[in-house]
Design a protein around this ligand. Structure first.
Ligand SMILES: CC(C)(COP(=O)(O)OP(=O)(O)OC[C@H]1O[C@@H](n2cnc3c(N)ncnc32)[C@H](O)[C@@H]1OP(=O)(O)O)[C@@H](O)C(=O)NCCC(=O)NCCS
Length: 156
């Protein structure tokens, strides 16, 4: 698995992975907008082509996972967990003491990944996401303390 920081030339590849994972996914311009904000960084995983991406922000001692996506054909191989661990390490190095994310309550696979990665449930945003067909779904806010070493079974 080749996991590395994404650069501007990767924008189309990041968008391709995102669109394969989300409906609707983000296009390159949307990813560029978010990725150029203060403290933003993106990581990409490649095999034959791009198969995983994460976009984060680390600013003023706090980090946030803005999105995480793995190509459906590459799932359950540890790519998502590796991206989260790498992002947590970079956020910690950038001075963040905690990391947050929002995830739909209708996404038990992602919630399981984050819990295994040391995130705990920190709140609920009612009717936060709108799904296809207009259904509203609550978002779980999750938090990980980046100062507690060894909290995640993925970290070594
Ligand atoms: C969520 C997502 C990123 C996981 O990526 P992945 O590369 O398959 O995750 P990993 O292989 O690293 O999984 C690590 C662990 O998380 C848990 N997990 C991951 N996906 C799971 C699923 N669908 N069901 C149950 N547990 C799951 C498991 O504990 C897994 O370990 P195991 O395979 O040894 O059982 C991927 O399914 C995806 O892109 N989904 C669509 C987009 C999305 O939901 N993004 C996150 C929301 S913000």
């Amino acid at each position: 698995m080749n996991l590395r920081p994404a650069v501007e030339a990767d924008l189309e590849a990041l968008a391709r992975v995102h669109r394969a994972a989300f409906e609707p996914g983000w296009d390159a311009e949307e990813i560029a907008d978010l990725g150029s904000g203060p403290g933003a960084f993106a990581l990409i995983v490649e095999a034959d082509g791009p198969i995983g991406m994460i976009l984060c922000r680390a600013i003023a001692g706090e980090a946030e996972i803005l999105t995480l996506a793995v190509d459906p054909a590459a799932r359950r191989g540890g790519v998502g967990a590796a991206l989260v661990e790498a992002a947590a390490g970079l956020a910690r190095a950038a001075g963040a003491g905690e990391m947050f994310l929002e995830v739909g309550l209708d996404n038990p696979g992602a919630i399981a990944l984050y819990e295994r990665a040391g995130f705990v449930r920190a709140g609920l945003r009612k009717a936060y996401y709108e799904r296809a067909g207009g259904a509203r779904v609550d978002a779980l806010v999750m938090r990980r303390d980046l100062n507690t070493e060894g909290e995640s079974p993925y970290s070594s």
